[in-house]
Design a protein around this ligand. Structure first.
Ligand code: T1G
Length: 699
């Protein structure tokens, strides 16, 4: 039953019941329409309330329905809203918790609105590449005023009900209840008080004007233009709200509807909706049911107070979880604490953190030089030097001191988690938690599941990841897990492009124009070119047939490790991040090319982008085939949250789907013919070849 119907004396109450957020799917819309018909047919009923059960009023249209014919299937949302608005009896929306998107639009179609304090009110459609498509751009300006409404629609940000109720002249809320608990009773009393009011107040009949008219909307367009590069929706929001001030209501609604449907089919909106659902899907592990009991994590231990250890610790301090940090020497501990303090103090200086919150967080942090003082922590995360011998020593100590049931996590970014688990007598309690630097900022967390990692450990760390506001993606055990395994192929292509005729700046500019935050060479300079150098040296012995350009090695042999040495592929001015092309590096690349007898050729930006991005896609297809990642959207989340892949393209797998897998394979076949490239690598992964042949997609 997706909408319950009850009568309290002469007031009918229709309660939406579609957990988790009363998404306005077809069944819920039908339940509302049926309830309204029933209430209007019942002579004993004088007024009607619609409200939501569970978490809140409604989180909006059902995003799962988008792109299917269900969104438009009658009764679609505009139809339900028009039934509300044309009800002969007064309809009161009793809202609490969340009233978002189509959920708020539903309330705007009612004659009256009573809200509980603390209700999150928003029209967040713009965050999905859309705009409110059920009258929100026409009704909200009539109730809140054009500017306040446009700000909410363009930002998509939630505002608390009591804040909106304070806006001068607002007509959004007819009453703010004393508390969420008293909302139901107060709404019924309010509904009774308006039972005989006629004519019923219709939002559509309210005037909608802005005193500065065109000048204001021109100003609004200029403001929006700056903040919405690559996204068409924000500018369209301005168009729709302007239409509300220039047209009769129904004509304005028609303008809004047309814009909404056009935006629904834009690749940007498809990408943003894919990310919304993908982020949430990542927390679901196919063979670990959501009912799996979790271990209670009340305190954390962190081994290593370096950059990673400090950043990791901050995540838990920020979530109010006590942390005990261990180092080998007091000065290392002091340095680590000082760095954490510096990070917080810069946030306080920027007014991003209140002083008292900073002090509360620091009060949760303790330190020790002895493993024996860690035993009672519920989870320990080691962030020590990336060398298997060091990990072995640490995990043997942890196995000795940690209480039974404690989770033993490694922040390793490349080492074998199964090998690390085997250093202990409790491999079922061992898991990889690969944070990305800076660990207190980057949203991505790769959760590396060992062969023996227990299911409740997986359920526990996925829950903790949500608590520390990370997007956790489960990876199986392989060299580089998901992200770094793919980025290695991306880096190889960057090297080949240099051998064939590009400069580092040309490659970086091409992929940054595509939308990456940073190209491979600027990224190498940021992360440290010596990291890739160490991995290649390992590869040269372990996989001698894996082809690499030598340019990166030549660069490292000159000590040009990047920003940390003041010079890498580019030069850097101390304290500045600008990457300044260096003529010697370009000459070095040309020299190397000549030594190989390669005649440089002009390479188009399109080829650069395709080789870099499709190398990610092909390696990702292997990762999916091997079960290292369980779904393509997980791989998209890794690249969007951890590697600067452009949000509006939805991740490498989503982008490949947009291009068409057939076209991706065609391009790869062309690259395989290039003798300077790696033909073996460009053989399409069987999964990719199969999907392409069948005209299917990854997601
Ligand atoms: N549709 C479908 N599922 C939704 C949903 C929605 N609108 N909102 C949330 N969910 C699912 C979500 O996938 C997750 O599923 C669960 O609910 C809990 O979500 C015509 C067209 C409401 C503030 O953009 O901002 O209306 O993982 O983890 O942190 O103009 O969800 O449990 O299987 O985020 O408490 C506009 C999107 C739609 C609001 C709750 N509405 N949702 O946050 O829980 S477009 C939105 C949110 C529209 C009309 C247009 C948040 C929340 P699962 P959660 P939360």
């Amino acid at each position: 039953m997706t909408a319950q119907y009850q009568v309290h004396g002469d007031v009918a109450v229709i309660t939406m019941n579609n957990p988790p957020v009363n998404g306005l799917g077809l069944a819920t819309r039908q339940g509302l329409a049926d309830g309204l018909a029933k209430a209007n047919a019942d002579a004993a009923v004088k007024s009607i309330i619609i409200t939501g059960g569970g978490k809140g009023f409604s989180g909006g249209a059902d995003i799962n329905e988008f792109g299917t014919d269900k969104t438009m299937q009658e009764p679609n949302l505009p139809s339900v809203i028009s039934v509300l608005e044309n009800s002969p009896k007064p309809v009161v929306a009793a809202i609490y918790g969340v009233a978002m998107g189509g959920g708020l639009e539903l309330a705007l179609g009612c004659h009256y609105r009573v809200a509980a304090p603390g209700t999150s009110v928003a029209l967040p459609e713009v965050k999905l590449g859309l705009l409110p498509g059920a009258g929100g751009t026409q009704r909200l300006p009539r109730l809140l005023g054009v500017e306040a409404a446009l700000n909410m629609i363009v930002s998509g940000e939630p505002v608390k009900s009591e804040m909106l109720a304070m806006l001068p002249g607002q007509k959004l809320f007819d009453k703010i209840a004393a508390s969420p608990e008293s909302l139901a009773e107060e709404a019924i009393a309010f509904a009774r008080s308006v039972a005989d009011v006629r004519p019923l107040p219709l939002v559509r009949n309210l005037p909608c004007k802005h005193p500065q008219g065109d000048a204001y909307f021109q100003f609004a367009r200029n403001m929006v233009k700056g903040m919405s590069k690559n996204y068409p929706a924000p500018a369209k929001c301005v168009d729709a709200v302007e239409a509300a001030t220039k047209n009769k209501f129904d004509d304005g609604v028609a303008v809004e509807r047309e814009i909404f449907i056009n935006l629904m089919w834009t690749p940007e909106s498809r990408a943003l909706r894919h990310i919304f659902l993908g982020e949430r899907a990542a927390s679901k592990i196919p063979d670990v049911p959501s009912s799996t009991p979790v271990r209670d994590i009340k305190s954390i231990a962190v081994i290593g107070a370096g950059t990673m250890g400090g950043g990791i610790a901050m995540n838990f301090l920020n979530a109010g979880i006590p942390v005990k940090m261990l180092e080998m020497k007091q000065e290392a501990l002091d340095r680590g604490i000082a760095t954490i303090r510096k990070n917080y103090e810069s946030q306080v200086a920027k007014k991003k953190l209140k002083q008292d919150k900073y002090e509360q967080r620091m009060a949760l942090l303790s330190t020790t030089l002895s493993y024996d003082e860690l035993g009672d922590a519920d989870m320990v995360i080691e962030a020590v030097f990336e060398e298997i011998g060091v990990k072995e020593a640490v995990f043997k100590e942890l196995d000795r001191v940690m209480k039974p049931g404690a989770i033993l996590a490694s922040n390793t970014s490349t080492l074998d988690v199964d090998k690390i688990a085997a250093f202990t007598k409790r491999p079922e309690d061992v898991v990889g938690l690969h944070f990305f630097s800076p660990a207190n900022i980057m949203k991505l967390l790769e959760v590396v599941r060992g062969a023996k990692t227990a299911k409740d450990v997986m359920a526990t760390v996925m829950g903790i990841a949500k608590k520390i506001r990370k997007t956790a993606v489960v990876s199986g055990v392989c060299d580089g897990f998901i992200g770094n395994r793919m980025i290695e192929q991306y880096g190889r292509q960057g090297g080949f492009l240099l051998d064939e005729g590009c400069t580092p700046a040309q490659v970086d500019k091409a992929i940054e124009k595509f939308g990456f935050a940073m190209g491979p060479f600027r990224m190498g300079d940021l992360a440290g070119n010596d990291i890739g150098w160490a991995i290649r040296k390992r590869r040269y012995t372990e996989q001698p047939d894996m082809k690499y350009s030598k340019t990166a090695d030549l660069l490292c042999e000159k000590g040009r490790f990047g920003q940390k040495t003041g010079a890498g592929w580019y030069d850097y001015v101390p304290g500045k991040r600008d990457a300044i092309p260096n003529a010697e590096v370009v000459a070095m690349i040309e020299e190397h090319r000549k030594s190989l007898g390669i005649t440089p050729r002009k390479i188009s930006d399109e080829e650069i982008v395709q080789r870099l991005v499709f190398s990610l896609v092909n390696e990702a297809a292997h990762i999916l085939e091997e079960g290292i990642a369980s779904k393509a959207s997980d791989i998209d989340m890794v690249y969007l949250m951890g590697y600067g892949f452009p949000i509006y393209r939805g991740g490498p797998m989503n982008y490949a789907d947009e291009v068409g897998l057939f076209n991706v394979v065609q391009a790869m076949n062309r690259f395989a013919k290039n003798p300077l490239d790696d033909a073996k690598f460009w053989q399409p992964a069987p999964l990719l070849a199969k999907l392409a042949a069948e005209g299917k997609t990854f997601n």
